[in-house]
Design a protein around this ligand. Structure first.
Ligand code: IMP
Ligand code: MG
Length: 178
């Protein structure tokens, strides 16, 4: 494991081993729930790519993947709320069992907007799967179907999560120094 010699890191919240183990548990749940081969994981660029690929590889059922990108004025310090799709999915999701895969659900604005938008495209089912849940900052009530970890109200980096586009490639999750 790459250990954090990085000056930006205050403390490690979850090690690579802990993350892999938890993803394996969640993947087992998802594999059991969707044996039909009708499953599609939808990732939100860029943060959820790292989690989505780890999750997909841990699944034991056939799975499709697609990605979208958003632009959002929702961030940890600023006022949240305005979300729009900057790059849409490549394919239709009609009749498919869709899981929206997020790196973190914070205020919930992003996930709610995406779930509502995708629900309007005729999927067979739609659910939400997130690596991290910072429930203390939730503004929009949301049902999270699969959650790996709940985290305290601190800004985190690693496993896809960035600070100014850096640190996504860390294979652990850490609290950024204030
Ligand atoms: P929400 O709409 O407030 O739920 O926004 C969630 C989005 O904000 C995530 O997909 C991340 O891109 C970003 N975000 C929120 N908290 C953090 C954090 O602690 N580190 C890195 N990105 C974050
Ligand atoms: Mg994100």
């Amino acid at each position: 494991m790459k250990q954090p010699a990085l000056p930006a890191i205050e403390k490690v919240l979850f090690t690579e081993e802990q993350i892999r183990a938890r993803i394996a548990e969640v993947a087992a749940e998802i594999s059991e729930r969707f044996p039909s081969g009708n499953l599609k994981l939808i990732g939100v660029l860029k943060g959820s790519v790292f989690f989505l690929t780890a999750l997909a590889r841990a699944l034991t059922v056939p799975v499709k993947t697609d990605f979208l990108a958003i632009s959002s004025f929702s961030n940890h310090s600023g006022a949240p709320g305005v979300v729009r799709i900057a790059k849409d999915l490549d394919d239709t999701i009609e009749g498919e069992d869709v899981l929206l895969v997020e790196d973190i659900v914070d205020t919930g604005f992003t996930a709610r907007y995406l779930l509502q938008t995708l629900a309007g495209r005729g999927p067979n089912s739609i659910g939400l799967c997130t690596l991290l849940d910072r429930r203390a900052r939730r503004i929009v009530p949301l049902r999270i179907d699969y959650r790996c970890f709940e985290i305290p109200d601190r800004f985190v980096i690693g496993f896809g999560l960035d600070y100014k586009q850096l640190y996504r490639n860390l294979d652990f999750i850490a609290v950024l120094k204030p």
